[in-house]
Design a binder for this molecule. Structure first.
Ligand SMILES: [Zn+2]
Length: 307
């Protein structure tokens, strides 16, 4: 083999070596990008464009904490050139599949770990890392960069220039979103920037735009936990104490517990639906990350201003 290679013209040999090193996983048959959550799926599609197939596992309106995958999806994960997931404990229903794929050598990217994660603002999961980083668009800018880097590194056949150009164009739209959100939230009167949500989902948004997290109906970072009667009562006390009259609940979750807490306050509390952790189908109110964030910003600004 060595002698035969040595006999090849140097230019041809160089071309052969280049072909081999350009392949991310030669001979594995792995292709395309598989993404766990629909929010990261939308962002990844914006970056990848028509350069590779992007498969998104989580259905519109599903709960990222609990969704699972079919056997066919599990096979897709194992054949991916790159697996993009949120990480930091968000996707409890597919953690096992992600681990298995990584064990089989599929390149995996836990985006949450790359964007300077912070701990939960409170509740039973305080001090644990908070996976809901997408509520802060500035962290999404970091996410765009790292996803683009990994796509270029691991996915065969993509045109790096095109991927970088798509990432840069999307970055600009996320920067516009951040500036617009800042302007909208500035309209909320001082002293009313208080957030009460169904579970602890807005820690990053609160830190970025100067809100105080009063509490969450499920005093945890996951929708899979449940509050006790005394949890609901102490949140109702906090809500009364802070003068809060509007609380927010994800539109994909039943809001029964939020309403129980609201009744417990003895006050007239508005329960406003948000799209906090799942995109909707194309005909819904949050078919893309950018639309989701704009809809939430409007709902929070109006909800807290008019209360
Ligand atoms: Zn959540």
């Amino acid at each position: 083999m060595v002698t035969r290679l040595a006999a090849l013209p140097a230019a041809l040999l160089a071309a052969l070596l280049l072909t081999v090193t350009a392949c991310s996983a030669p001979g594995t048959g792995r292709s395309g990008v598989v993404v766990t959550t629909n929010i990261l799926g939308d962002i990844t599609r914006e970056i990848v464009g028509d350069q590779a197939d992007v498969t998104v596992l989580m259905k519109p309106g599903a709960d990222p904490h609990s969704f699972g995958v079919s056997a066919r999806d599990a096979a897709r994960i194992e054949n991916a050139a790159l697996l993009v997931h949120n990480g930091l404990g968000l996707e409890e229903g597919v953690a096992r599949n992600v681990e298995a794929a990584a064990g089989q050598g599929v390149p995996t990217l836990a985006v949450g770990e790359e964007v300077d994660p912070i701990p939960y603002a409170g509740g039973r999961t305080a001090r644990e890392p908070d996976p809901h980083f997408w509520t802060d668009p500035v962290r999404v800018l970091k996410a765009v960069d790292v996803i683009a880097d990994r796509v270029v590194e691991h996915v065969d056949g993509v045109d790096e220039g095109k991927v970088r150009a798509s990432a840069a164009a999307y970055r600009e739209r996320v920067e516009e979103l951040d500036a617009w959100m800042r302007g909208e939230f500035a309209k909320i009167p001082e002293g009313r920037r208080n957030l009460v949500t169904d579970h602890h989902v807005f820690g990053y948004l609160a830190q970025r735009y100067g809100f105080e997290v009063i509490g969450a109906v499920i005093p945890s970072g996951t929708t899979l936990a449940s509050p006790s009667g005394s949890d609901l009562k102490s949140l109702a006390d906090a809500v009364r104490g802070a003068g809060v009259r509007t609380v927010f609940a994800d539109s994909s979750q039943p809001d029964r517990l939020v309403r129980v807490m609201a009744r417990e306050t003895g006050l007239d509390i508005d329960v406003v639906p948000l799209y906090s952790e799942s995109l909707t189908a194309a005909d819904g109110g949050a078919p893309t990350y950018l639309r989701m964030m704009r809809a939430n910003t409007e709902a929070v600004t109006t909800g807290l201003t008019d209360q």
